[in-house]
Design a protein around this ligand. Structure first.
Ligand SMILES: Cc1cc2nc3c(=O)[nH]c(=O)nc-3n(C[C@H](O)[C@H](O)[C@H](O)COP(=O)(O)O)c2cc1C
Length: 191
């Protein structure tokens, strides 16, 4: 089982990455091959709505986003994690997702692309407040993204009341659930 984790937080070693690392450690302990990508460490453009797009689902912008796509292609499981910023996923996460518009068009409009296999996916999300509507908002975006990349939305962790860097270390229920996600994804159990 190859598991790819993608962190959408710009704060290195912050709450998002702590939960993601917890999930990855658990997955590794169960024998999974793991890899983590931190979006803020990469240089990529937002979607530019290019006029001269390709019709086969491949984005024409040559930047680090293409490296993420090749890692996604190799993965069996994907864990996407983002903090809530102004009621939604972080800008880094949204920028990354928007670039899949070319794939969405190839699948739904040009009908030139069909996935060979499906993946399983989970979403980890963190916020300072206790706003369920913010999590629902982020979840709708991620579910839409997962459908586009032929990934079944199988698990989620919404961790609220976490603000200061590292504060999530005191949230034992969130840490436990993150481990569960990683473990279950590695063993292909229902997550
Ligand atoms: C730009 C910005 C916007 C934020 N907006 C919200 C928000 O709308 N609701 C909320 O509950 N927390 C919000 N937060 C708090 C973060 O979600 C919270 O601090 C989270 O733990 C950060 O995770 P990280 O350490 O991985 O970056 C915001 C933080 C920043 C920096």
């Amino acid at each position: 089982m190859k598991i790819l984790a993608i962190s959408g937080s710009p704060r290195r070693d912050g709450n998002t990455e702590i939960l993601l690392d917890k999930a990855l450690d658990a997955a590794k302990n169960k024998g999974a091959n793991i890899k983590k990508i931190v979006l803020s460490e990469l240089k990529f453009s937002p979607c530019l709505e290019c006029e001269n797009i390709r019709k086969d689902g491949i984005c024409i912008i040559k930047d680090d986003w293409q490296k993420i796509v090749s890692e996604i292609k190799k993965a069996d499981g994907l864990i996407l994690a983002s903090p809530i910023f102004f009621g939604s996923v972080s800008a880094q996460t949204k920028m990354f997702i928007d670039r899949f518009q070319c794939l969405w068009l190839a699948k739904n409009i040009f009908r030139t692309y069909k996935a060979k296999q499906r993946k399983i996916g989970a979403f980890i999300c963190i916020e300072a407040s206790d706003r369920k509507d913010f999590f629902e908002n982020a979840k709708a975006i991620v579910k839409n993204f997962f459908v586009t990349i032929d990934t079944d939305y199988k698990g989620e962790l919404f961790c609220c009341g976490v603000d200061k860097k590292g504060a999530v270390k005191k949230k034992s229920n969130c840490l436990k659930k993150a481990s569960e996600i990683g473990k279950r994804m590695a063993t292909s159990e229902t997550i």
